[in-house]
Design a protein around this ligand. Structure first.
Ligand code: C5P
Length: 225
């Protein structure tokens, strides 16, 4: 079967992961959540004693060397998307408040990104019929993708969706504003995921239900192919 890479970017709280996964299931494709890679790398650094309390003193070279040794395994089946570090399942652990709070220490460093982008490209080449979601997929990881979409929504709606997601997974929804808006700000330092690059279709889901967003995204994928 021919290569079919679908790239979906966007800020947090758009429902991007749910939608990307749903589309992969619908089209019978693999599914790669690159945010989960950044989270796994962060957890790996935490487990290896990197000092996240004092991020300015953390050396980029040290992080890069650490994540070069990361024993990450991921199942790219959208019905069973799981990650493991050294055989230990970390699918839930990477969603913790602590990992979420620390992840930008890694994602705001170009050298760290370069390494993770390389891993992501290898994952795509190994399973080239795939939906890939993140912040820089349409622009850096797979600018040659067969369909490229930027999923957006108003900040208010994104905060509300994120709050609901946290409540559903029994996490504390008290710092939603910081999680969504604060993280967008940090994440924007090296990557622009707020406006579509050339050839990328922006889909604003502010007024759309999850089901309707999936329908619109599927139609756009078909249009671009
Ligand atoms: O998508 P998710 O919220 O799980 O991503 C976690 C973090 O990983 C983001 O806040 C961002 O710092 C980083 N990330 C990134 N580039 C990507 C995907 C995620 O920098 N392509």
């Amino acid at each position: 079967q021919p290569r079919l890479v679908i790239a979906i970017d966007g800020p947090s709280g758009t429902g991007k992961s749910t939608i990307a996964r749903w589309i992969a299931q619908e089209l019978g494709l693999s599914y790669l959540d690159t945010g989960a890679n950044y989270r796994a790398a962060t957890l790996w650094c935490m487990k290896n004693g990197l000092d996240f309390d004092n991020p300015d003193a953390v050396d980029t070279q040290q992080i890069t060397e650490l994540i070069r040794t990361m024993p990450l395994a991921q199942d790219l089946n959208p019905n069973n998307f799981t990650l493991a570090l050294d055989g230990e399942d970390i699918t839930e652990a990477i969603r913790s408040d602590e990992v979420t709070a620390h992840v930008s220490v890694l994602s705001t460093r170009a050298q760290v990104r370069e390494h993770l982008v390389q891993l992501q490209r290898q994952a795509i080449d190994a399973r080239p019929r795939i939906v890939v979601e993140g912040r820089d997929i349409t622009t850096v990881v797979a600018p040659d993708a067969d369909a490229r979409i930027l999923l957006t929504a108003s900040p208010e709606v994104r905060m509300a969706r994120r709050g609901q997601q946290l409540r559903e997974t029994d996490q504390n929804p008290s710092n939603v504003q910081n999680d969504v808006i604060g993280r967008d700000q940090k994440d924007s330092a090296l990557v622009d995921f707020m406006s579509p690059a050339d050839g990328v279709a922006e889909i604003d889901s502010t007024e759309l239900s999850l089901e309707d967003t999936v329908t619109v995204v599927l139609a756009e994928i078909q249009r671009q192919q």
